[in-house]
Design a protein around this ligand. Structure first.
Ligand SMILES: Nc1nc2c(ncn2[C@@H]2O[C@H](COP(=O)(O)OP(=O)(O)OP(=O)(O)O)[C@@H](O)[C@H]2O)c(=O)[nH]1
Ligand SMILES: [Mg+2]
Length: 328
C-alpha cells in the first residue's frame, strides 16, 4: 500500500529541488512504482511553468553536444535547466548517465543543472510515458527550461518530442537520402531545424533540400520553421545563440497566438490521458492474466491451433471488465 506521507515528503523535497529527491522520483517513475502516481498527483498542480524543448535527430547528429551548449546559454542567463537524455538502446541507464555526464562535463556539476538519462526497461508503461512524467517532475521542481534529447527513430521518440512546447530537429550535412527517410515521422514535427556539423561539406545542399521539403509541408498554424546552422563542437560553439533565438521566436509566436498554444496543450493532454488509461487498463488485465498462471499453457494451445487468439482476447477482456481494478 503506498504511504501518503512518503509521497508528501518526497513531493516537498522535489519542490525544494533536492537532487537526490528528484533522482528518487524519476526512478519511481521509471520502475512504474505505484508510489509514482501518488507523487505525480501532488506535483501536477505545480507544473506548466517550464519551457519544454524537445531535441531529436539521427544517431550521432550531435544532439548531446548541442544540448550541452544550448543549456550553457540558458545557464548563463541565470535559468535553471533540466536535461533528460532518452537512450532507448542502453540496457543500463547507469551507463547512459555516465556517458552523458562525460559528454556534458561542465554542466554535470553545475548547481542549476540536473541531467538524467532514461532507458527503457521494456515494461508495459513504456519509455514515452516515463519520459513525459520525468519532464513533469522537473517542471514541478522549478526548472525554467527542460531539454529532452531523443534519437529520432521510433514512434516512442516521436511521441516524446511531440509533448514538448517546441521541437528542434537536428540534421547533418550530406544526409541526402536520410533526410528523405526521417521525413515521414520527424519532419512534420520540427518547429525549428538545425543543420549541425556545419563545418562539414555539403551544408548548402542540405539547406536546399531541407528548404524544399519545408516548402511542401504547409503548417496549419502558419509558422514557417527556421533553419539554423551550428557547429556544436567549435570553441566557442557556432550558431547556438541563433538556435536559442529561433526557439524563443517560436515560443513567442505561440504565445502571441493563444489558440495555437491552447490547441497544442489540449492535444498533448488528451494524448497523455488516453495513454494513462491505456497503460492502467493494460497492466491491470495483464496482471490478472498472469495471476491466472494459465497464460503459458493457453499460448501453447494457440500455437497448436487448439484455440485462436481472438477467442482468448475476448475471454480475457470480458473477465477483466467484471473484476474491478485493485484500490478502487
Ligand atoms: N565536426 C563536428 N562534429 C560534431 C559536431 N557536433 C557533434 N560532433 C561530434 O559528433 C559525435 C556525436 O555527437 P553527440 O553529441 O554524441 O551526438 P548525439 O546525436 O547525441 O548522438 P547519440 O545520442 O548517440 O545519437 C561526437 O563525436 C561529437 O564530437 C559538429 O558541429 N561538428
Ligand atoms: Mg546523445
Amino acid at each position: 500500500m503506498p504511504d501518503p506521507l512518503f509521497a508528501d515528503n518526497l513531493a516537498k523535497s522535489i519542490r525544494e529541488r533536492r537532487p537526490r529527491a528528484i533522482a528518487r522520483g524519476i526512478s519511481l517513475i521509471e520502475n512504474d512504482d505505484p508510489a509514482a502516481t501518488d507523487l505525480l498527483k501532488r506535483l501536477f498542480p505545480h507544473t506548466g511553468q517550464a519551457k519544454i524543448i524537445g531535441l531529436t535527430g539521427a544517431p550521432g547528429a550531435g544532439k548531446s553536444s548541442l544540448t550541452d551548449k544550448l543549456a550553457q546559454v540558458y545557464v548563463e542567463r541565470c535559468q535553471r535547466v533540466g536535461i533528460i537524455a532518452v537512450d532507448p538502446s542502453s540496457p543500463f541507464s547507469g551507463g547512459a548517465i555516465l556517458g552523458d555526464r562525460i559528454r556534458m562535463p561542465k554542466l554535470a556539476t553545475h548547481p542549476n543543472v540536473f541531467i538524467r538519462s532514461m532507458a527503457t526497461r521494456g515494461n508495459l508503461g513504456g519509455l514515452a510515458r516515463a519520459t513525459t512524467e520525468a519532464v513533469l517532475l522537473l517542471d514541478a521542481a522549478g526548472y525554467d527550461v527542460v531539454i529532452v534529447e531523443t534519437v529520432g527513430v521510433g514512434q516512442d521518440e516521436v511521441d516524446i518530442v511531440k509533448a514538448a512546447d517546441v521541437t528542434v530537429v537536428v540534421v547533418v550535412p550530406g544526409m541526402g537520402d536520410d533526410i528523405q527517410s526521417i521525413k515521414a515521422g520527424i519532419m512534420e514535427i520540427g518547429d525549428v531545424f538545425v543543420i549541425n556539423k556545419a563545418d562539414r561539406d555539403g551544408v548548402e545542399r542540405t539547406q536546399m533540400e531541407l528548404e524544399a521539403l519545408l516548402e511542401l509541408a504547409v503548417r496549419a498554424d502558419g509558422w514557417r520553421p527556421p533553419i539554423v546552422r551550428t557547429v556544436a563542437t567549435a570553441t566557442p560553439p557556432v550558431g547556438v545563440e541563433d538556435l536559442a533565438a529561433a526557439i524563443a521566436r517560436y515560443l513567442s509566436f505561440v504565445t502571441a497566438h493563444p489558440e495555437v498554444r491552447a490547441e497544442r496543450r489540449r492535444r498533448i493532454l488528451e494524448r497523455r490521458i488516453i495513454e494513462l488509461i491505456r497503460d492502467r487498463i493494460l497492466s491491470h488485465i495483464w496482471q490478472q492474466a498472469l495471476r491466472d498462471g494459465r497464460l503459458k499453457d493457453t499460448i501453447e494451445r494457440i500455437q497448436n491451433r487448439e484455440l485462436d487468439p481472438y477467442t482468448l482476447v475476448d475471454y480475457i477482456v470480458r473477465k477483466s471488465l467484471k473484476e474491478p481494478p485493485p484500490g478502487s
